[in-house]
Design a protein around this ligand. Structure first.
Ligand SMILES: Cc1cc2nc3c(=O)[nH]c(=O)nc-3n(C[C@H](O)[C@H](O)[C@H](O)COP(=O)(O)OP(=O)(O)OC[C@H]3O[C@@H](n4cnc5c(N)ncnc54)[C@H](O)[C@@H]3O)c2cc1C
Length: 380
């Protein structure tokens, strides 16, 4: 059992790891250092979709384990994440997409993802105001949605109650390594925070902490845009996506539509976590949302924002130990789909830090070594 763990970053991954750690080891000293405020980056900006449908095979086991946790999460955290399991519906809008649906479904069902083909009538029963002429799509009853900032706050409060020391406004400037092992981190207030294990969960700002130790994280930063409308009538239960369109679409409890799907925003200053919404992206996102769900045309956009997220070459996160440095774990690079994974990622990190059954079956394909092996093979 590690006597002390320092976690870099108060996003969902860092907070979930901290809470799981104290739950597993009430005697451990667990410190989260967040340079801004909890949820200041991707986690607080997220669309908060909780989906397993459409994930890469390397991420499916982790997603299934995580989605299995969500229905009980409010009780476990003694908080309110806003989670509800209304299913996910990905619609086809043309014949080519519709013809590809059976193979897409069969491939996922082989891994235990509970997806079903739905015809036009079923799609309309699930989402009565979906575009006329939609030939059908795929439904996943296990998918759902939560609310981003309430989820972050629920994890932060649970971690604090469990005895985690969570400090906001304190950055980690570097890892202190002695004899190949991380022994402490250097804080932005000049102090040294000793640790037996450090967990880097610094989102898209993780690479500079590892680079001085010869570890290259192949991340690129993108800002993802979200739009929130004024409240609309109706109550749409599933989260809607569409084949061959950039769309994630849901209706919140108060009636507003939340629209995302990977539309880019501009990043004037990455280090400072600054973004600017782009008019082209706003118009593009609204056009797709109206095409798929026509009632969008009759409501005004109330607000737009973006969140900075790290993307990797294979669109999969990096999770697990860092082979060349003892006492170091990483969880970063979630490529716009990490929110749903937070419960399982935190559990895996806590198990790894405690040296207990680390459930490698859940994250084998997400190890950092997949890139070092690619470099050895001469791939970029
Ligand atoms: C607009 C948007 C929509 C999304 N929609 C979905 C969705 O519907 N479903 C889904 O599953 N996923 C979604 N995601 C992805 C998901 O939100 C992220 O993958 C997840 O929140 C990443 O969490 P994190 O803790 O790794 O990173 P972050 O939330 O970015 O947290 C990292 C934290 O580390 C801090 N930090 C960085 N460096 C340091 C340092 N040196 N010292 C101290 N602190 C540091 C930062 O300030 C930040 O708070 C979306 C993301 C965005 C941006």
């Amino acid at each position: 059992m590690p006597a002390s763990v320092v976690i870099v970053g108060g996003g969902l991954m860092g907070l979930s790891a901290a809470w799981h750690l104290r739950r597993a080891e009430p005697g451990a000293r667990v410190v989260v250092l967040e340079r801004a405020q909890v949820g200041a980056a991707a986690s607080g900006a997220s669309a908060a979709g909780v989906r397993v449908m459409g994930r890469d095979p390397a991420e499916r086991a982790l997603a299934l384990a995580s989605l299995g946790r969500w229905p009980e999460l409010d009780r476990e955290l003694d908080g309110a994440t806003g989670y509800r399991r209304g299913g996910g519906l990905r619609v086809a809008l043309d014949d080519a997409s519709w013809r590809a649906v059976p193979a897409w479904v069969a491939e996922q069902r082989g891994d235990g993802v509970p997806v079903d083909v739905v015809d036009a009538g079923d799609a309309r029963r699930l989402a009565p105001e979906i575009a006329a002429g939609c030939p059908g799509g795929v439904f996943c009853a296990m998918d759902g949605q939560a609310e981003a900032m309430p989820t972050v706050q629920a994890f932060a409060a649970a971690a604090r109650r469990a005895g985690v020391r969570l400090e906001e406004g304190v950055g980690v400037e570097r890892l202190i390594v002695e004899h190949g092992r991380v022994v402490a981190v250097s804080r932005s207030d000049g102090r040294r925070e000793p640790c037996d294990v450090a967990i880097v969960a610094g989102g898209t700002w993780s690479p500079p902490l590892l680079a001085p130790h010869g570890v290259r994280l192949p991340f690129t930063t993108r800002a993802l845009q979200m739009l929130l409308t004024e409240p609309a009538r109706g109550a749409l239960a599933p989260v809607i996506g569409a084949f061959d369109r950039k769309l994630s679409f849901k209706q919140l409890a108060g009636g507003a539509y939340l629209i995302g799907g990977g539309w880019p925003a501009h990043i004037p200053d990455e280090a400072a976590n600054r973004w600017e919404v782009l008019d082209d992206s706003v118009q593009g996102s609204l056009a797709v949302a109206r095409e798929v769900y026509p009632p969008v045309a009759s409501v005004k956009v109330a607000r737009g924002w973006a969140g900075l997220e790290a993307f990797t070459p294979d669109d999969l996160p990096v999770l697990g130990p860092v082979p060349s440095l003892d006492g170091l774990l990483i969880a970063a690079g979630f490529c716009g789909h990490g929110f749903a994974l937070a419960p399982a990622v935190g559990d895996v990190l806590a198990r790894l830090a405690c040296g207990r059954d680390a459930r490698e079956d859940l994250w084998r394909g997400l190890r950092l070594e997949r890139y070092t092996a690619a470099v050895r093979r001469g791939e970029s």
